[in-house]
Write a protein of this length. Structure first.
Length: 388
């Protein structure tokens, strides 16, 4: 039996900030969900199931919050699932929801991911000394900086690439009213002069710590015909994982990321991603990961990703815009960051990304990774229903 086509008919996100003290966890998730419902012109009663995701519970110190958030999300008496794949969880959550529709288990699903990092301290939550495991040092940056240095040695990239990515994404964020960081007076020189946190990653080349949530309404072909505006159609989606540490692991370009992208491209009929994809929302929490993921996802040959960044290819006016929304470097509610990438890709093909809209975007990729770069989730969305 063929899969049911899956359409994104509603998208909602909260305002993102370092601390959303104006709302509780329940108020935060309801803000995003209500906006998604309004976008789809639906009510709570129209939702058959809810799929929720977030990063580790100790980031807020509230265990299994989905249990008490059911009421805020209209899920009382309905199936409610929780997904967890570290930082990639926002993407994985959307894929679980999409698969429920594709398998014709539910017709219309609300999917939502969130984080309220101000309730705790994610930096030090990521610095726990775990016996017999590699120490994370000070936060995620301490873990990933050696991988960035390995990429620089391997590719011969000049040390200016990280600052070019950060400056681009922070400028893009000025066109996104929902972005956490709006640094109007930021200059490239200021990025390059910002303090070194984890060599070679500077302060302005890192993601912020954000409170926020993102929600989407996913529905079947019949539901899409009732949508108030043209939906985004899911052409392909996949998840892959691999151990954090194993003999032969390539931390610069993980095999799981390559395999995940290849599966998505196969499903979507993509043979040349650089030419056939119009916009990319890529999970880049530290600026150097833009060129690294460009190679991992097949947009550039090994060692060539930084050249796309340096030449302006990934800018808003380039032929492969990356993170038009400002990306994770500008907004990072960890549990929701992956779903924001998926949702922003859907906004692009719906033509509703506002001031950061890419003209003529017909196919867009949403990408997320998590943990020690061992969890990957991606989807490709388009303006037309998938064939078949």
């Amino acid at each position: 039996m063929s899969k049911e086509p899956v359409a994104v008919t509603g998208i909602g996100q909260t305002a993102h900030a370092a601390a959303r003290r104006d709302v509780s966890l329940a108020g935060l998730v309801r803000e995003a969900a209500r906006r998604a419902l309004d976008d789809a012109r639906m009510e709570w009663a129209d939702i058959d199931a809810v799929v929720i995701g977030k990063a580790p519970d100790f980031f807020e110190g509230v265990m299994m919050p989905e249990l008490y958030l059911a009421d805020a999300l209209g899920a009382v008496g309905k199936p409610m699932l929780r997904v967890h794949t570290a930082g990639s969880v926002g993407g994985s959550t959307a894929l679980v929801a999409a698969n429920l529709v594709a398998a014709r288990i539910h017709r219309t699903v609300l999917t939502l991911a969130f984080e309220k990092q101000s309730e705790s301290n994610a930096m030090w939550g990521l610095s726990l000394p775990i016996p017999f495991q590699q120490p994370l040092l000070a936060g995620a940056g301490g873990f990933f900086a050696p991988h960035v240095r390995a990429y620089i040695r391997r590719s011969g990239a000049p040390d200016t690439i990280g600052s070019l990515v950060a400056y681009k994404d922070r400028r893009n964020a000025l066109k996104n009213p929902y972005a956490h960081l709006h640094e109007h007076d930021l200059t490239l020189e200021q990025v390059q002069a910002s303090p070194m946190l984890w060599d070679p990653i500077r302060y302005s080349e890192t993601c912020p710590s954000s409170d926020g949530a993102c929600a989407m309404i996913l529905t079947d072909r019949a539901g899409a015909t009732r949508a108030p505006h043209p939906p985004a159609w899911v052409h392909g989606g996949a998840m892959r994982s691999e151990p954090t540490l194993f003999a032969g692991k390539d931390s610069v370009s993980p095999q799981a990321g390559k395999d995940c992208a290849a599966d998505v491209y196969r499903q979507a009929g993509i043979t040349d991603p650089r030419r056939e994809i119009d916009a990319v929302e890529m999970y880049v929490p530290f600026s150097w990961y833009e060129p690294m993921w460009l190679e991992n996802l097949g947009f550039a040959a090994e060692g060539e990703g930084w050249k796309l960044t340096e030449s302006g290819v990934t800018g808003l006016d380039g032929d492969l815009p990356v993170n038009p929304s400002g990306g994770v470097l500008s907004t990072n509610p960890i549990g929701a960051s992956g779903m924001l990438r998926f949702a922003e890709a859907a906004l692009q093909v719906r033509g509703q990304a506002g001031d950061h809209q890419i003209d003529g975007a017909r196919r867009a990729l949403g990408h997320a990774y998590g943990g020690g770069a061992q969890f990957f989730s991606m989807w490709l969305v388009g303006t037309e229903p998938p064939p078949g």
